[in-house]
Write a protein that binds this ligand. Structure first.
Ligand code: HEC
Length: 245
């Protein structure tokens, strides 16, 4: 993703502010320390970096930390916040700045919403692949009539879109035969219909639908056609083919 001028400006501003805050805090800290030191005190002996990191006074120097007040003879030590803790604190500030810039200004990071969308898209693809496999698992040997209202509604929609022109809006027939009577040219079982619709009868003007519809859709439209049996719509075409009982 390319950065716009505005974004570069914003990132720079955030980083600059962060660095200024950091420097000022460190400087103030050092100045305060100097102020609180007794100028007459002997110079501090060199401490190892580990001692400095821990920031704890050796036991023998603890006397310097005693605060003025006492309660029933019990004194309190003024232990400063140890440096390791302060470093941790500064590092969270730096982390926060980088995180904010990466995820919210630059927006290169996969924030939750984007991550969610990526995953949904992947799942959708997987679902489609599965549905395709599933759709192709229906064929002219194993096809059965579907009876669920949802499937039949889909079947009727497929019929309205593709078949009405030749078979009539109620299946009464037109260029194509009447699909509501008991007479069939190519057989009236679900397997026969599935076969006729899939391969068509090209020489007689019935299209092979396998290129337009998947097997599941053909199963649904064939099942829908079978629900039209005996509806005897007005203007029904004369019977063609043989009577199927
Ligand atoms: C371009 C016109 C046309 C369209 C569109 C059409 N058909 Fe046909 N259909 C025909 C013709 C013509 C026949 C008769 C074929 C024959 O005489 O063998 C036929 C036959 C059939 C048969 C067999 C009827 C029998 O008596 O055996 C079925 C089932 C059928 N069509 C279903 C469909 C379905 C489902 C669709 C839509 C997906 C459809 N048709 C779209 C023209 C069409």
């Amino acid at each position: 993703m390319a950065l716009t001028f505005m974004e570069i400006w914003l990132i720079s501003l955030i980083f600059l502010t962060g660095i200024i805050i950091l420097v000022v805090t460190l400087q103030l800290n050092a100045a305060l320390k100097k102020l609180s030191q007794d100028p007459q005190a002997p110079a501090e002996e060199e401490l190892s970096w580990w001692e400095k990191f821990k920031g704890l006074k050796p036991l023998e120097q603890e006397r310097e930390l005693i605060m003025e007040h006492t309660y029933d003879g019990i004194a309190e030590l003024d232990n400063p916040t140890p440096p390791w803790f302060m470093y941790l604190f500064y590092s969270t500030i730096i982390f926060g700045l980088i995180y904010g810039a990466y995820y919210h200004v630059y927006q290169d990071g996969n924030i939750q919403e984007a991550e969610y969308k990526t995953e949904v898209a992947a799942a959708e693809k997987a679902r489609e692949a599965y549905m395709k496999k599933f759709a192709n698992s229906v064929n002219e040997d194993n096809v059965v009539v579907v009876k669920e209202a949802k499937d039949l509604t889909e079947g009727s929609q497929i019929y309205s879109t593709n078949c009405v022109a030749c078979h009539g809006d109620k299946g009464q027939g037109g260029v194509g035969p009447n699909l509501t009577d008991k007479f069939w040219i190519h057989g009236g079982g679900i397997k026969d219909l599935f076969k006729t619709i899939t391969h068509g009868v090209p020489e007689k003007g019935m299209i092979a639908w396998e290129k337009t519809l998947n097997p599941l859709q053909i199963q649904k439209v064939a099942s829908y056609i079978l629900t039209l049996q005996g509806t005897n719509p007005p203007g029904a075409k004369e019977p063609q083919g043989e009577e199927v009982k």
